[in-house]
Design a protein around this ligand. Structure first.
Ligand SMILES: [Zn+2]
Length: 113
């Protein structure tokens, strides 16, 4: 499962930054274009961390909407629920993704930090 491998990567980063301190909440920013279901990620995290030093920590997901910029006319638009990869103004298909591909651990809430 995709989310499960992400949990491994998150755990690596978090463990390094926590330096032995107890981790309460991990704040993660995920772009809309990432094929990640936040609920699934949160669920996988609880399974993945069970019995580890990270057990009991929580993932808090912030979703970033996808924004595209048209290279032809410069129009910027937010991607709706149904992705249409064509410019709403000039119907051009030369679109640049401005936001929506993020996958970042933005901050950690640590116990006693
Ligand atoms: Zn356009």
């Amino acid at each position: 499962m995709h989310e499960l491998s992400l949990c491994g990567a998150i755990a690596d980063v978090v463990t390094r930054h926590a330096e032995g301190r107890e981790v309460r909440t991990i704040h993660i920013t995920i772009g809309q274009l990432r094929q990640i279901v936040p609920d699934t990620l949160v669920y996988c995290w609880s399974l993945f961390t069970e019995g580890t030093a990270l057990a009991g920590s929580r993932i808090d997901v912030e979703r970033v909407p996808a924004r595209l910029a048209c290279r032809a006319c410069g129009d910027r638009q937010e991607l709706g629920a149904t992705p249409v990869f064509a410019c709403a103004v000039c119907a051009g298909v030369d679109l640049e993704v401005v936001t929506g591909e993020e996958f970042l651990i933005t901050s950690l809430d640590l116990s006693g930090a």
